[in-house]
Ligand binder design. Structure first.
Ligand SMILES: CC(C)(COP(=O)(O)OP(=O)(O)OC[C@H]1O[C@@H](n2cnc3c(N)ncnc32)[C@H](O)[C@@H]1OP(=O)(O)O)[C@@H](O)C(=O)NCCC(=O)NCCS
Length: 345
């Protein structure tokens, strides 16, 4: 980018005679299903209220996919929007990574189904599972292929049909989640820093805070697994909340430290959209001003791997983020997993 912006941060990729290319986001796109479920709608099926959901989470409504609309459909729509904005065709795509915890089926990968739908016949394709942190994990992995000159164009997607693993009788969880997808086209852009750094972390000791017990090799689908509702996600809300705030703060600080950036230089902070109180607590701990934080969870709830991708697309579309601005993505999810990325847009 311009010489004025190059002076305000250190590019950690550029040290030690770095020979790779930089990696930029050439276009982002998103898609949410048409159907909207409001808090008032939920109050008709579980013992809750708009007032409780709004004050405890900040969520007002969420989008829910149709019965015949699957994660690969949501991901495909987001991918096509991102491809259009990047000005690329399907045959240019070398690799497709889909971050999801709600694949269409355990195998083949949702990435292969997206590959078929968009007609990206040259592309390799695989899924990545890092729960709500998946989009940053996918960005970081995708960028490795660009930097190493292995590939020129990588499509990364965060897509979820969380309504398919939500227990609609459990008020503790069903009010929190929604369906949607976001996608980004990664390419190298001349004279641009792009993705400056990405932090990824995990703590498997806390795997039991947020999980889905059924449907895997430990507890394959059976009448018994369905009767005991093992095919729905389960969560320890309070502990998850505390860990989310701590992990997001630590990840964001590490990403900023690597770039020698003060939080005040970040034009837009795009946090994982799980809970308004988590976002505010992380913003406060980072010393950010409220206007630096991008929030859209009132409209979508927590869409897991799609969350920051949808938010990034909206931030760009609304003009909150302009070319050359610095943005900070910060995420947290089951695993536990977390991540943060600094991007010169
Ligand atoms: C789930 C969450 C909103 C609950 O908020 P909280 O302030 O921790 O609420 P508590 O767990 O203390 O529950 C308080 C009460 O509200 C009740 N409650 C839970 N969900 C409710 C709902 N939808 N409507 C009304 N009451 C509800 C609980 O049963 C509890 O009642 P009790 O005191 O009689 O047992 C919050 O813990 C949270 O957001 N956690 C993180 C979740 C998350 O982000 N997960 C994804 C990470 S990627």
């Amino acid at each position: 980018m311009s010489s004025s912006t190059t002076q305000i941060f250190k590019n950690p990729r550029a040290k030690h005679n770095f020979q790779g290319r930089t990696c930029s986001i050439a276009g982002v796109g998103s898609y949410v299903p048409a159907k909207i479920v409001t808090n008032a709608d939920l109050a008709k099926i579980v013992d809750t209220s708009d007032e409780w959901i709004t004050t405890r989470t900040g969520i007002k409504e969420r989008h829910v996919a149709a019965e015949n609309e699957f994660t690969s459909d949501l991901g495909t729509a987001a991918a096509q929007a991102a491809m259009k904005k990047a000005g690329i065709t399907a045959d240019q795509i070398d690799l497709i990574i889909v971050a999801t915890i709600t694949p269409d089926m355990p195998f083949p990968s949702t990435a292969c189904l997206v590959q078929r739908k968009i007609g990206a016949r040259r592309a390799a394709a695989f899924d990545l599972e890092a729960a709500c942190s998946g989009f940053i994990y996918a960005l970081e992995i995708g960028q490795q292929f660009i930097m190493s000159r292995t590939y020129d164009t990588v499509l990364v997607i965060g897509a979820e049909k969380l309504s398919s693993i939500t227990d609609w009788t459990d008020r503790n969880t069903c009010v929190l989640f929604g369906d949607g997808a976001g996608a980004a086209i990664l390419q190298s852009r001349e004279n641009a820093h792009g993705l400056l750094t990405a932090v990824m972390g995990a703590d498997g000791e806390k795997a039991d805070l947020l999980f889905m017990p059924g449907g895997g090799s430990r507890c394959p689908a059976s009448a018994e697994s369905v009767n005991s509702r093992m095919h729905y996600l389960r969560m320890e809300g309070k502990e998850t909340f505390k860990n989310a705030v701590q992990a997001m703060q630590t990840a964001a600080e590490e990403a900023l430290r690597r770039c020698e950036l003060d939080i005040s230089r970040i034009k837009c902070i795009i946090p994982h959209q799980a809970n308004r109180r988590i976002i505010d607590a992380v913003g406060e701990r980072l010393g950010a001003k409220p206007e630096q934080l991008f929030v859209n969870l009132d409209k979508y709830g927590n869409t897991s791997a799609a969350s920051v991708a949808i938010a990034l697309d909206e931030a760009v579309e609304s003009g909150r983020v302009q070319r050359g601005d610095l943005i900070l993505l910060v995420v947290f999810g089951a695993g536990l997993t977390w991540g943060a990325a600094v991007i010169e847009w």
